[in-house]
Design a protein around this ligand. Structure first.
Ligand SMILES: Cc1cc2nc3c(=O)[nH]c(=O)nc-3n(C[C@H](O)[C@H](O)[C@H](O)COP(=O)(O)O)c2cc1C
Length: 202
């Protein structure tokens, strides 16, 4: 039985299930994703999962912008312009490659961190942690639904064309794309870092 509240007794089966989910999740880049993606109800559930992330001060220091099929062209324009702004000698093939990233996954949403002045004054690092937790909730639920998913970023995230497209306010930063779809190709499991390499005792 899954516990339905944090005060319920620890349930070994639930722990095994969650651990299996965590350990079998892996990045599946957009080139490995195809239709179908999540439907409207599943999309809503993914964002509801984000809303369950820990959030010091309950600021909701992040937001997401879902890019519908009809707006992929606008995202592609921003990716293409971003490349040309940082490298005016980019070839048409390179621009086409940058643009193409907007079309690959059936579900694409931009994750935006809200790191400007706020009340209560919660440090930007803590607010980024909250976004990371929200993103992991989305990735794990997408995995549990049977989808492949990934986060992708790159220099376009910090570009003016993307800021303009997303109408980012002062203090808002585009962090990454969330890509979800049906996995076409398996990927070998990544070797995870050893616990001893990142945990010590005082
Ligand atoms: C914020 C963020 C941005 C990422 N951007 C990229 C990216 O642009 N390209 C990429 O191949 N992987 C990207 N990744 C995925 C990581 O490369 C991946 O999580 C890591 O290699 C571990 O693999 P795993 O997710 O399968 O455990 C990103 C991850 C995070 C957290």
């Amino acid at each position: 039985m899954m516990p339905t509240s944090p005060t319920q007794p620890f349930d070994f089966d639930a722990a095994t299930l969650v651990l299996t989910l965590i350990n079998t999740r892996q990045t599946l880049l957009p080139k490995r994703l195809t239709a179908p993606g999540p439907d409207a109800e599943q999309t809503d559930a993914l964002f509801q999962a984000a809303a369950a992330a820990p959030d010091h001060g309950e600021l909701t220091p992040w937001r997401f912008v879902l890019v519908s099929a009809s707006r992929r062209e606008a995202l592609a324009d921003a990716f293409g312009q971003a490349l040309l702004e940082r490298d005016s000698s980019a070839t048409p093939a390179q621009v086409a490659q940058a643009r193409e990233k907007a079309f690959r996954a059936p579900f694409v949403a931009l994750a935006i961190a809200r790191l400007g002045a706020c009340e209560p004054d919660i440090a930007p690092t803590e607010r980024l942690v909250s976004l990371g937790a929200a993103l992991q909730n989305i990735l794990l639920l997408a995995h549990a639904m049977g989808f492949g998913a990934s986060l992708t970023s790159g220099q376009a995230m910090r570009s003016d064309p993307l800021r303009k497209l997303l109408a980012l306010a002062d203090g808002e930063h585009a962090v990454c794309c969330i890509n979800v779809g049906t996995a076409t190709r398996a990927k070998s499991a990544r070797v995870r870092p050893n616990v001893a390499a990142f945990v010590s005792s005082l």
